[in-house]
Design a protein around this ligand. Sequence first.
Ligand SMILES: Cc1cc2nc3c(=O)[nH]c(=O)nc-3n(C[C@H](O)[C@H](O)[C@H](O)COP(=O)(O)OP(=O)(O)OC[C@H]3O[C@@H](n4cnc5c(N)ncnc54)[C@H](O)[C@@H]3O)c2cc1C
Length: 404
Amino acid sequence: MSNETRCDHYDVIVVGAGPGGSAAAYYLQQQGIKVLLIDKARFPRDKTCGDALTPRAVTVLDGMGLLPTVQSRAWQINGVNIVAPRGHRVVAAVPHSKCWLPYMLVLPRFVLDDTLRRRAIEAGADFQGQLQVKALAQAGDGVAVTGEAQGQTVRFNAQALILATGANSTLLLQVGLLQRRPVMALAARAYYEDVYDLSDQIDLRFDGVPLPGYGWMFPVGQSSANLGLGLFPTRWASSLRRQLTATAAFEAFIQTPALQARLRGARRIGPIKGFPLRVDFPGAPTTKGRIMLVGEAAGLVNPLTGEGIDYALESGKLAGEHLATLFRTGQLSPARIADYDRLLHARFARLFHLYRWTRRLFVNPLLLNRMVQLANEHTYLKLKLVNLVLGTSATAPAIQLALR
Ligand SMILES: Cc1cc2nc3c(=O)[nH]c(=O)nc-3n(C[C@H](O)[C@H](O)[C@H](O)COP(=O)(O)OP(=O)(O)OC[C@H]3O[C@@H](n4cnc5c(N)ncnc54)[C@H](O)[C@@H]3O)c2cc1C
């Protein structure tokens, strides 16, 4: 499988080989559009993450023909256990729906992202790893990309560019897509082995964590798990968040009696790793001239839960298919590229407004306690709550069709 670039001019260059970039490269290449996929990392590479693939993510992986490969290495999740600040819990099955497969998977990003990258290469994309893109320039009907690979300056040209660079906004600031660094959420995670009482459920815990935020325990196997904690910004909590690092909050979280009971005899594998998350969609820009943003680069991370692999995959697919149509119909222009912004908003804006609105309730421990109690008493509310945290809340019928 080639890792080398073969020419310096492409139809599309995709910067960032995370889920968003690899999905975009795959869907473009599927339609015969010549793609160069670039990443600064050497693959396979790790990405600090909870590793949970929601039903939305699993459904896109299925569409890419990756489900058998991914499933053979992942841990399947069929239920969600939500624990309120005072310790009440509600357990719900992953909901069945017409749009998404009715289960989740947990797979370390070291494996997932390399599987996706390989899929894009199999489809025909060229890949260049260990190449850090340093500068972008739009001129006439193209985009020039300058980067550095092993001390050498390299240049590539393309008719359009997809930036899928995750939470790192350096290039976005450089090309004027962002005027300042956005306020970000913070999260930290670590892997543990010999964890007690793991099952086919994930735990989302609001006990022992600063709100708005939550702790998680995602099984990656019979007795190993990814444990983590996310802290989300609000107008009044963001300065506090800057003082309280996610790593410090994580260390306090694992000392809570509930966690200690599960971790007795467990061993931590590797360090606790913290990382920021961009959660500013739908306020974030998504196109400029011949540049399109995909995944976290477009702020597409659920501001309630921090899951973003699903939105990275979905927006990568959307961007790839939209660009491929423009190439096929000879309509490639900044005005038509900007239609991608409308497509993204049509699919995600309502959902993200709902998350943002709900996050205000998640600041209040009394409300959270009551919500979990009520969800336990009313099946309808339980379904609403689990759909909300998994990002599988009902969307408009037109969107349901588009997702198929
Ligand atoms: C602690 C934590 C836990 C999380 N848990 C979950 C979870 O359980 N489930 C979930 O769905 N989401 C989770 N998320 C969010 C998820 O990790 C991101 O939303 C997702 O990785 C976004 O995918 P992406 O493709 O947009 O970007 P990324 O996966 O971040 O990929 C970006 C890529 O761009 C490359 N890159 C960046 N700049 C350059 C450059 N200048 N030149 C070349 N390459 C460059 C990087 O090397 C990287 O490979 C979590 C996030 C954190 C921090």
